[in-house]
Design a protein around this ligand. Structure first.
Ligand code: C5P
Length: 237
């Protein structure tokens, strides 16, 4: 397997409800300093053309649609995402090993393919929520189990909380990517994120790439904020 380029380590989460403010922000950013994440809201509103626009501007795009369906359907959806020229896509590990393998095998037929990472346990779920849907054990135990399954299924990595990164890192090799949201530079508000870590602590805890939204997108000067976070983690890169 090729070594995955971790840099730039910051993935800016574009959580806007319309195109104009997103494009205004992006025009202030630089593809050599960050990647971009497009989630369900923007994709549902603006469609594939928006993703293609970002790729054409030179940005690597993480298409965060968290696929979860029968193996053939997820494999086909991953292929459709790859056709958009995105850099990373994701699916739910709880869709099972056959679903993850089908997606990976479909992508591997291509000369170039996006990275494929799994969501394990949504960080919004409490242990009571997990029990209600039939999961036993703690959230971290379930994250570790599903991360192991994603690794075994040949995925490139997982999305997880920076607070879970060390526990996952203990059981997977260094090449397996850990992508972590829930990151807040010391100088900014936590917004509605409850369990956060600073960018440097997240990397020291085993994370490889950091998904950061409002500390950059809502900053008076987004590029300055991005550069400040890069400076915070410069020693690590
Ligand atoms: O603005 P903020 O930095 O909180 O944005 C974080 C991004 O990461 C959002 O797009 C959010 O949906 C996503 N995310 C998260 N926590 C998770 C999974 C995804 O904050 N557990």
């Amino acid at each position: 397997m090729n070594v995955i380029d971790r840099n730039p380590r910051i993935i800016v989460a574009l959580d806007f409800s319309s195109k104009e403010p997103a494009l205004d922000l992006i025009s202030q950013l630089d593809p050599s300093l960050c990647r971009l994440k497009v989630g369900k809201e923007m994709f549902t509103r603006l469609g594939p053309a928006f993703v293609e626009t970002l790729a054409a501007m030179g940005f690597q795009v993480f298409l965060d649609l968290k696929f979860h369906d029968i193996p053939n359907t997820v494999a086909a959806a991953c292929e459709a995402a790859a056709d958009l020229g995105v850099w990373m896509i994701n699916l739910h590990a709880s869709g099972g090993r056959r679903m993850m393998e089908a997606a990976r095998e479909r992508l591997e037929r291509r000369p170039e393919r996006p990275l494929l990472v799994a969501v394990t346990i949504l960080t919004s779920l409490s242990e009571r929520d997990l029990a209600e849907v039939g999961y036993s054990g703690t959230a971290v135990e379930n994250v570790q189990r599903l991360a192991g399954l994603a690794h075994f299924s040949g995925l490139d990595g997982i999305v997880c909380s920076p607070l879970e990164a060390a526990a996952v890192r203990d059981q997977v090799d260094r090449e397996f990517l850990l992508v972590t949201p829930g990151v807040r530079p010391l100088s900014v508000s936590q917004n509605d994120q409850k369990r956060v870590m600073t960018p440097l602590d997240a990397l020291n805890n085993g994370a490889d790439m950091l998904v950061i939204g409002r500390p950059i997108t809502a900053a008076p000067d987004p590029l300055e904020s991005l550069r400040a976070i890069q400076a915070e983690i410069a020693g690590f890169c």
